[in-house]
Design a protein around this ligand. Structure first.
Ligand SMILES: [Zn+2]
Ligand SMILES: [Zn+2]
Ligand SMILES: [Zn+2]
Length: 172
């Protein structure tokens, strides 16, 4: 019994490997011969799709240096434009828009988002304080009105000036 194994490489004109074919020829010496052929396709290192069905480009991931990446698996960061493989890309939601970004920009965006949330909380606290003050002043005005009309509580006496206006205290 004799076995001959032939390994064939299929390449396109630019030299990139599209697939491999292995041929096993067998001969038992008394006239019975056979051929067994197996074909494997070359795959994109980025997404593992068969190379023949995708358009390979020479792009490499700028984060982990994997490549070459095909058109369907290489993405560029929406912020800095770096080429990214599937493993290195990060999803970020900015407002309502989902973005694909690189890990570096992701970190930066997160820091900014935290900062903006903090600023928004500060703003909200300020608006609440203003609103509270306004309500207090309104209540005071109502009491002054009532006192003027001779109803209920006596007129409040001013005690000192604060940053948000004059504060009043009742003498009882
Ligand atoms: Zn790919
Ligand atoms: Zn990568
Ligand atoms: Zn980026």
């Amino acid at each position: 019994m004799t076995h001959i194994v032939k390994r064939l490489r299929t390449t396109d004109p630019s030299g990139r490997v599209l697939g491999y074919t292995v041929e096993r020829l067998s001969d038992d010496g008394v006239g019975a011969t056979g051929v067994h052929r197996t074909t494997t396709v070359g795959r994109c290192p980025g997404c593992w799709r068969p190379v023949g069905s995708v358009d390979m480009i020479t792009g490499v991931c700028t984060i982990c240096a994997r490549g070459p990446l095909c058109r369907s698996c290489e993405t560029s960061c929406a912020v800095c434009g770096r080429g990214l493989c599937r493993r290195c890309r990060r999803g970020f939601v900015w407002g309502r828009a989902p973005l694909v970004v690189c890990p570096l920009c992701y970190r930066w965006l997160n820091r900014r988002a935290v900062h903006e949330q903090r600023e928004a909380a500060k703003q909200a606290a300020f608006h609440r304080a203003v609103q509270l003050h306004r309500e207090r002043m309104h209540g005071l005005a109502m009491r002054v009105q009532a006192a003027r009309m001779g109803l209920g509580a006596p007129l409040p006496q001013p005690i000192r000036s604060g940053s948000l206006g004059t504060r009043y205290a009742h003498r009882r």
